[in-house]
Design a binder for this molecule. Structure first.
Ligand SMILES: *Cc1c(COP(=O)(O)O)cnc(C)c1O
Length: 264
Protein backbone atom coordinates (compact mmCIF):
# COMPACT_ATOMS: atom_id res chain seq x y z
CA UNK A 1 0.00 0.00 0.00
CA UNK A 2 1.22 3.50 -0.72
CA UNK A 3 2.58 5.53 2.14
CA UNK A 4 -0.06 8.16 1.49
CA UNK A 5 -2.82 5.72 2.33
CA UNK A 6 -1.20 4.43 5.52
CA UNK A 7 -2.21 5.92 8.82
CA UNK A 8 1.00 5.29 10.74
CA UNK A 9 2.96 8.25 9.44
CA UNK A 10 0.30 10.87 9.95
CA UNK A 11 1.09 13.70 12.33
CA UNK A 12 -1.90 13.97 14.63
CA UNK A 13 -1.11 17.59 15.45
CA UNK A 14 -1.47 18.48 11.77
CA UNK A 15 -4.82 16.75 11.49
CA UNK A 16 -6.17 18.57 14.53
CA UNK A 17 -5.42 21.94 12.95
CA UNK A 18 -6.93 21.37 9.52
CA UNK A 19 -10.49 22.47 10.26
CA UNK A 20 -9.34 25.66 11.97
CA UNK A 21 -6.93 26.47 9.16
CA UNK A 22 -9.70 26.03 6.62
CA UNK A 23 -11.96 28.35 8.58
CA UNK A 24 -9.19 30.96 8.58
CA UNK A 25 -8.60 30.60 4.84
CA UNK A 26 -12.32 30.99 4.16
CA UNK A 27 -12.48 34.18 6.22
CA UNK A 28 -9.48 35.59 4.39
CA UNK A 29 -10.96 34.63 1.04
CA UNK A 30 -14.14 36.55 1.91
CA UNK A 31 -12.14 39.58 3.05
CA UNK A 32 -10.06 39.55 -0.13
CA UNK A 33 -13.19 39.29 -2.30
CA UNK A 34 -14.57 42.39 -0.63
CA UNK A 35 -11.40 44.27 -1.61
CA UNK A 36 -11.83 43.62 -5.32
CA UNK A 37 -12.58 46.53 -7.60
CA UNK A 38 -16.30 47.01 -8.31
CA UNK A 39 -15.64 46.01 -11.91
CA UNK A 40 -14.18 42.65 -10.85
CA UNK A 41 -16.84 42.11 -8.22
CA UNK A 42 -19.49 42.25 -10.86
CA UNK A 43 -17.90 39.48 -12.94
CA UNK A 44 -16.42 37.01 -10.53
CA UNK A 45 -17.89 34.94 -7.80
CA UNK A 46 -16.21 33.67 -4.66
CA UNK A 47 -13.20 31.69 -5.79
CA UNK A 48 -13.11 27.95 -5.50
CA UNK A 49 -10.82 26.72 -2.73
CA UNK A 50 -8.60 23.87 -3.88
CA UNK A 51 -6.83 22.27 -0.91
CA UNK A 52 -3.47 21.03 -2.16
CA UNK A 53 -2.94 17.67 -0.52
CA UNK A 54 0.20 16.56 -2.35
CA UNK A 55 2.51 14.52 -0.13
CA UNK A 56 -0.14 14.53 2.58
CA UNK A 57 -2.05 11.48 3.72
CA UNK A 58 -5.55 10.32 2.92
CA UNK A 59 -6.44 11.27 6.50
CA UNK A 60 -5.59 14.87 5.71
CA UNK A 61 -7.94 14.78 2.73
CA UNK A 62 -10.78 13.21 4.71
CA UNK A 63 -10.39 15.72 7.53
CA UNK A 64 -10.57 18.64 5.12
CA UNK A 65 -13.62 17.10 3.43
CA UNK A 66 -15.35 16.91 6.82
CA UNK A 67 -14.60 20.60 7.16
CA UNK A 68 -16.42 21.26 3.90
CA UNK A 69 -13.67 21.27 1.26
CA UNK A 70 -14.58 19.39 -1.91
CA UNK A 71 -11.73 20.25 -4.28
CA UNK A 72 -8.26 18.79 -3.80
CA UNK A 73 -5.07 19.47 -5.75
CA UNK A 74 -2.45 16.81 -6.43
CA UNK A 75 0.90 17.08 -8.25
CA UNK A 76 1.82 13.44 -8.73
CA UNK A 77 -0.18 11.13 -10.97
CA UNK A 78 0.36 8.03 -8.87
CA UNK A 79 -0.65 9.77 -5.66
CA UNK A 80 -3.79 11.27 -7.17
CA UNK A 81 -4.91 7.95 -8.61
CA UNK A 82 -4.28 6.10 -5.34
CA UNK A 83 -6.24 8.59 -3.30
CA UNK A 84 -9.04 8.82 -5.85
CA UNK A 85 -9.52 5.09 -6.10
CA UNK A 86 -9.31 4.06 -2.45
CA UNK A 87 -12.38 2.59 -0.78
CA UNK A 88 -12.86 5.56 1.59
CA UNK A 89 -13.94 7.64 -1.40
CA UNK A 90 -17.29 5.86 -1.34
CA UNK A 91 -18.19 7.97 1.68
CA UNK A 92 -17.07 11.18 0.00
CA UNK A 93 -19.25 11.54 -3.07
CA UNK A 94 -18.32 15.18 -3.66
CA UNK A 95 -14.55 14.97 -3.63
CA UNK A 96 -13.05 16.30 -6.86
CA UNK A 97 -9.38 16.12 -7.73
CA UNK A 98 -7.45 18.73 -9.67
CA UNK A 99 -4.18 17.67 -11.25
CA UNK A 100 -1.78 20.59 -10.79
CA UNK A 101 1.63 19.01 -11.44
CA UNK A 102 3.72 18.89 -14.57
CA UNK A 103 2.10 16.32 -16.85
CA UNK A 104 4.10 13.95 -19.02
CA UNK A 105 2.42 12.33 -21.99
CA UNK A 106 3.31 8.83 -20.82
CA UNK A 107 1.38 9.40 -17.57
CA UNK A 108 -1.84 10.63 -19.15
CA UNK A 109 -3.70 7.33 -19.37
CA UNK A 110 -2.73 6.49 -15.80
CA UNK A 111 -4.08 9.87 -14.69
CA UNK A 112 -7.35 9.28 -16.52
CA UNK A 113 -7.77 6.01 -14.65
CA UNK A 114 -8.95 8.20 -11.75
CA UNK A 115 -12.22 8.32 -13.71
CA UNK A 116 -14.75 11.02 -12.95
CA UNK A 117 -12.98 11.82 -9.68
CA UNK A 118 -10.55 13.73 -11.87
CA UNK A 119 -12.39 17.03 -12.13
CA UNK A 120 -9.75 19.07 -13.89
CA UNK A 121 -6.22 19.10 -15.28
CA UNK A 122 -4.89 22.59 -14.59
CA UNK A 123 -1.53 22.12 -16.25
CA UNK A 124 -1.99 21.76 -20.00
CA UNK A 125 0.94 23.71 -21.41
CA UNK A 126 1.16 22.90 -25.12
CA UNK A 127 -1.02 22.02 -28.10
CA UNK A 128 0.50 18.53 -28.48
CA UNK A 129 -0.17 17.74 -24.81
CA UNK A 130 -3.75 18.98 -25.18
CA UNK A 131 -4.21 16.78 -28.24
CA UNK A 132 -2.72 13.79 -26.45
CA UNK A 133 -5.05 14.21 -23.46
CA UNK A 134 -7.99 14.81 -25.79
CA UNK A 135 -7.39 11.54 -27.64
CA UNK A 136 -6.99 9.63 -24.39
CA UNK A 137 -10.23 11.09 -23.02
CA UNK A 138 -12.01 10.02 -26.21
CA UNK A 139 -11.15 6.43 -25.38
CA UNK A 140 -12.40 6.41 -21.80
CA UNK A 141 -15.89 5.51 -20.63
CA UNK A 142 -16.78 8.79 -18.91
CA UNK A 143 -18.80 10.73 -21.45
CA UNK A 144 -18.50 14.33 -20.34
CA UNK A 145 -15.57 16.38 -21.63
CA UNK A 146 -12.68 16.84 -19.23
CA UNK A 147 -12.11 20.27 -17.70
CA UNK A 148 -8.68 21.69 -18.39
CA UNK A 149 -6.79 24.87 -17.79
CA UNK A 150 -3.97 26.25 -19.86
CA UNK A 151 -0.89 26.84 -17.70
CA UNK A 152 1.13 29.93 -18.55
CA UNK A 153 4.69 30.59 -17.41
CA UNK A 154 4.03 34.22 -16.50
CA UNK A 155 7.35 34.74 -14.71
CA UNK A 156 9.52 33.35 -17.52
CA UNK A 157 11.55 31.29 -15.04
CA UNK A 158 13.16 28.15 -16.45
CA UNK A 159 12.17 26.25 -13.32
CA UNK A 160 8.47 26.82 -13.95
CA UNK A 161 6.36 24.92 -16.43
CA UNK A 162 3.78 26.55 -18.60
CA UNK A 163 3.34 27.89 -22.09
CA UNK A 164 4.90 31.16 -23.20
CA UNK A 165 2.50 34.08 -22.70
CA UNK A 166 2.77 34.83 -26.44
CA UNK A 167 1.36 31.44 -27.35
CA UNK A 168 -1.64 31.65 -25.02
CA UNK A 169 -4.26 32.63 -27.58
CA UNK A 170 -3.03 30.11 -30.16
CA UNK A 171 -3.12 27.19 -27.73
CA UNK A 172 -6.48 28.25 -26.26
CA UNK A 173 -7.90 28.39 -29.79
CA UNK A 174 -6.46 24.96 -30.57
CA UNK A 175 -8.05 23.45 -27.45
CA UNK A 176 -11.44 24.97 -28.21
CA UNK A 177 -11.45 24.08 -31.89
CA UNK A 178 -9.49 20.84 -32.10
CA UNK A 179 -10.01 19.17 -28.72
CA UNK A 180 -13.68 18.40 -28.49
CA UNK A 181 -13.18 16.11 -25.50
CA UNK A 182 -11.71 18.98 -23.49
CA UNK A 183 -13.54 21.85 -21.86
CA UNK A 184 -11.24 24.85 -21.54
CA UNK A 185 -12.12 26.32 -18.15
CA UNK A 186 -9.46 28.96 -17.90
CA UNK A 187 -5.84 29.97 -17.43
CA UNK A 188 -3.50 28.96 -14.64
CA UNK A 189 -0.18 30.26 -13.36
CA UNK A 190 2.18 29.80 -10.44
CA UNK A 191 4.16 33.04 -10.63
CA UNK A 192 7.51 33.89 -9.14
CA UNK A 193 8.39 33.79 -5.47
CA UNK A 194 9.71 37.38 -5.73
CA UNK A 195 6.33 38.62 -6.90
CA UNK A 196 4.40 36.73 -4.27
CA UNK A 197 6.55 38.01 -1.41
CA UNK A 198 7.15 41.58 -2.60
CA UNK A 199 5.58 44.50 -0.73
CA UNK A 200 3.90 45.82 -3.82
CA UNK A 201 0.11 45.54 -3.92
CA UNK A 202 0.15 44.32 -7.46
CA UNK A 203 1.59 40.95 -8.44
CA UNK A 204 2.91 41.29 -12.00
CA UNK A 205 2.44 37.60 -12.80
CA UNK A 206 -1.22 37.74 -11.81
CA UNK A 207 -1.64 40.94 -13.76
CA UNK A 208 -0.18 39.28 -16.84
CA UNK A 209 -2.47 36.26 -16.52
CA UNK A 210 -5.45 38.54 -16.15
CA UNK A 211 -4.45 40.53 -19.25
CA UNK A 212 -4.04 37.27 -21.19
CA UNK A 213 -7.62 36.43 -20.29
CA UNK A 214 -8.72 39.74 -21.81
CA UNK A 215 -6.82 38.88 -24.96
CA UNK A 216 -8.22 35.35 -25.18
CA UNK A 217 -11.76 36.62 -24.64
CA UNK A 218 -11.41 39.33 -27.25
CA UNK A 219 -9.76 37.22 -29.94
CA UNK A 220 -11.83 34.09 -29.42
CA UNK A 221 -15.05 35.87 -28.62
CA UNK A 222 -15.53 34.40 -25.16
CA UNK A 223 -17.16 35.93 -22.11
CA UNK A 224 -14.86 36.82 -19.26
CA UNK A 225 -16.99 34.95 -16.74
CA UNK A 226 -16.42 31.74 -18.71
CA UNK A 227 -12.64 31.98 -18.55
CA UNK A 228 -11.38 31.33 -15.03
CA UNK A 229 -8.07 32.38 -13.50
CA UNK A 230 -6.33 29.78 -11.33
CA UNK A 231 -3.76 31.73 -9.34
CA UNK A 232 -2.75 32.06 -5.71
CA UNK A 233 -1.12 29.63 -3.25
CA UNK A 234 -0.54 29.80 0.53
CA UNK A 235 1.77 32.80 0.26
CA UNK A 236 -0.26 34.89 -2.14
CA UNK A 237 -3.89 33.73 -2.48
CA UNK A 238 -5.31 36.90 -0.97
CA UNK A 239 -3.50 39.14 -3.47
CA UNK A 240 -4.51 36.76 -6.25
CA UNK A 241 -8.17 37.06 -5.29
CA UNK A 242 -8.01 40.84 -5.20
CA UNK A 243 -6.57 40.60 -8.74
CA UNK A 244 -9.39 38.36 -9.92
CA UNK A 245 -8.50 34.74 -9.12
CA UNK A 246 -11.43 32.34 -9.32
CA UNK A 247 -9.52 29.25 -8.15
CA UNK A 248 -6.94 29.35 -5.35
CA UNK A 249 -4.64 26.40 -4.61
CA UNK A 250 -3.73 26.39 -0.93
CA UNK A 251 -1.57 23.61 0.49
CA UNK A 252 0.83 24.17 3.34
CA UNK A 253 -1.31 26.76 5.11
CA UNK A 254 -4.08 24.18 5.49
CA UNK A 255 -2.14 20.95 5.90
CA UNK A 256 1.20 22.06 7.36
CA UNK A 257 4.64 22.20 5.76
CA UNK A 258 5.49 19.37 3.42
CA UNK A 259 8.42 17.18 4.40
CA UNK A 260 11.44 18.32 2.39
CA UNK A 261 12.94 15.67 0.12
CA UNK A 262 15.72 13.65 1.76
CA UNK A 263 19.17 15.15 1.31
CA UNK A 264 21.29 13.53 -1.34
C1 LIG B 1 2.28 22.78 -4.22
C2 LIG B 1 1.48 23.64 -5.09
C3 LIG B 1 0.53 24.54 -4.55
C4 LIG B 1 0.33 24.75 -3.07
O1 LIG B 1 1.43 25.43 -2.53
P1 LIG B 1 1.43 25.95 -1.01
O2 LIG B 1 2.48 26.98 -1.01
O3 LIG B 1 1.73 24.78 -0.16
O4 LIG B 1 0.09 26.51 -0.75
C5 LIG B 1 -0.24 25.26 -5.44
N1 LIG B 1 -0.09 25.14 -6.78
C6 LIG B 1 0.80 24.30 -7.32
C7 LIG B 1 0.91 24.20 -8.79
C8 LIG B 1 1.61 23.53 -6.49
O5 LIG B 1 2.52 22.72 -7.05
Amino acid sequence: MSRYLKTGLVKMSELAEIAGNIATVRERIATACAKRSPELQSVCEQPRLVAVSKKKSLQHVLRAYEAGVENFGENYVQELVEKASCSEMENCPNIKFHFIGHLQKNKVSKLLSAGDRLFMIETIDSAPLAKHVNDAVAKRKVETPLNVMLQINTSGEDSKSGAEPDSCVTIAKFIIEECKQLNLKGLMTIGSWEQSTSDSDENKDFKLLSSLREKVCKELNLERKNVELSMGMSADYEDAIVQGSTNVRVGSFIFGARVPPPET
